[in-house]
Design a protein. Sequence first.
Length: 310
Amino acid sequence: MTADPVSRLPGSIEETVSLLGGENYLAGRSLATVVFLALKMKRPLFLEGEAGVGKTEIAKVLSRALGRDLIRLQCYEGLDISTAVYEWNYPAQMLDIRLSEATGERDRDQIEAGLFSERHLIRRPVLQALSPTLGKGPPVFLIDELDRADEAFEAFLLEVLSDFQVTIPELGTIRADAPPIVIITTNRTREVHDALKRRCLYHWVDYPSAKLELEIVRQKVPGCRESLSREIVSYVQGLRRLDLFKNPGVAETIDWATALTELDRVALDPETISDTIGTLLKYQDDIARLAGSEGAKLLAEVKASLSAEA
């Protein structure tokens, strides 16, 4: 007999830390606490923070760790119900109409009932999330970058997040037998309405401390030399204090460490930074700012700080 998927949920904050850590996601206690509560209370988890701090990764990690399917809804301007929720299979419906005509079927109600049935319903991410996979339990439903969607679509989500149901005019209301694990992320390009936030547990995902970021680099890029890892983390932490147009996230730190490891670098120097800065910074104005004395000053501070620690 297959074990009840619900029994695999963590039973404490410490177990949640271990669960995430088992998938190489190092979470602080505050994040682990809100994840544990969201799972325990069956409430959506609303994660805000700068791009690249690991918000989306939380949903992926939970999916793997809990053995659940991951349903991802990537939000963007103009996202509508036919793309996000459902649409009808129009070619198949037209074929049914032609077959009805060919066989002489005249019962209009019967024809219409056949056209607007589950057989012709194309389930998009929202409907998929309301349908648990046999033997796995409710899926992890990632609503990614909600702030990019229109306010009208955000308002539509209120029904989904309140009652975990969707109303289809031709079929009626479809309800989830058990609520999915909902993770909502936003980069705060616009404010999300309070009505939606009230239905969720909230957490701000900040940039990690130097200690935590160093441990992340160790886990994600095990081939990177310890001394180089320390320089990389110290340099990135310094960049975030410069108020750049776009601060590098943890994802960029990992990319940079990977790139320098592939190039067999053992330490940071001005030439190495200049050659590889495109893996770390994504805006020319930020790159140009570091090309002068400010970049040299930061590197000198990193070297001096690490020498003092040694």
